[in-house]
Design a protein around this ligand. Structure first.
Ligand code: CUA
Length: 313
């Protein structure tokens, strides 16, 4: 009957998917069996007990204890069995193994962002190594979304202001589809992502290179994203208001005064130095509290920040 399952269901790309399908098919055929039985009995009894002749009464049954016990106890045992079967599979999928690779997922109208343990980030494409336990930690920045990967038979609602998780081990390399399964506004139907299940070598190579979507972004847009995601925005405003650090508004090309009394016109190299070695030149009136971003930003992200600053006239 595997052809029937494969015809109804998407591919099974994890062990959990096979477990879900087994239980699903069991329930399907169980309900099928009862459906046929009940239809048959309805017709058979209607035929058997139909009034044969005018004025002749059919037999009058009151009780059949054995029958009543049977139709109560047999279904009860079946549904309790289904409950424990499902509960076991659910519990197994709910607990991440200790060596699971943790990837953060953020839903936002209308795209998905993924953050990997080494700081790599990707947009609309989730890369995971094959046969490695993965724990996704998901949250939303705005409204309810739902993260749905049909080939893994896994789906969860994503709620702003809280983390939920999904655990899986993908077993089939290739590109699979991720959907948003909760109506979240105008472009809900386009809120998709690709799941790439890679060999460990290919995954490592991808991590090294970074996400190609970042390369497709306008540099200033990428810079704005870095400003938000790396927390630059907690100290540096873009509207001219003074924060822990100088505002970014109108910074590029301005002559900046430093603690040691020297001055300098803000250019690309100054911004780059201030990101990677923030204590080198501390602006007068501010404390040297900024941590270094050495090793935390890719070259393309630094360029993006510079492009973003240039736009903030
Ligand atoms: Cu997000 Cu629908």
């Amino acid at each position: 009957m595997n052809w029937f399952r494969d015809w109804m269901m998407p591919m099974q790309a994890s062990e959990h998917a096979a477990k879900v399908d087994n239980l699903y098919m069991f329930i399907f055929w169980l309900t099928m069996a009862f459906f046929v039985l009940i239809c048959y009995l309805t017709v058979a009894f209607a035929w058997k007990y139909k009034r044969k002749k005018e004025g002749v009464l059919t037999i009058n049954f009151q009780h059949n204890l054995a029958l009543e016990l049977a139709w109560s106890i047999i279904p009860l045992v079946l549904v309790i069995g289904v409950f424990f079967w499902g509960f076991n599979d659910y519990a197994a999928a709910s607990v991440a193994p200790n060596d699971a690779l943790e990837i953060h997922v953020t839903g936002k109208k209308w795209s998905w962002t993924f953050e990997y343990p080494d700081g790599t980030r990707s947009i609309r494409s989730l890369h995971v190594p094959v046969n490695k336990p993965i724990r996704l930690i998901l949250t939303s920045e705005d409204v309810l979304h739902a993260f749905f990967i049909p080939v893994l038979r896994t789906k969860t609602d994503i709620i702003p202001g809280r983390y939920v998780d999904i655990n899986f081990t993908a077993t089939v390399p290739g590109k699979h589809q991720v959907f948003c399964a909760e109506y979240c506004g105008k472009d809900h139907s386009g809120m998709m992502a690709d799941l790439f299940v890679d060999s460990p070598a290919k995954y490592a190579e991808w991590l090294e290179k970074g996400d190609e979507e970042l390369y497709k972004m306008k540099p200033a847009d990428l810079g704005k994203m870095v400003w938000e995601m790396k927390g630059c925005n907690s100290c540096h405003t873009v509207d001219g208001k003074k924060g822990e650090g100088p505002s970014f508004k109108g910074l590029f090309g301005r002559t900046e005064k430093f603690k040691d009394g020297s001055t300098m016109v803000v250019d690309e190299n100054y911004i780059r130095e201030s990101i990677l070695n923030p204590q080198a030149k501390v602006v007068a009136g501010f404390e040297p509290v900024m941590p270094t971003f050495q090793g935390l930003l890719r070259e393309i992200e630094i360029k993006g920040v510079i492009a973003y600053l240039k736009e903030l006239k």
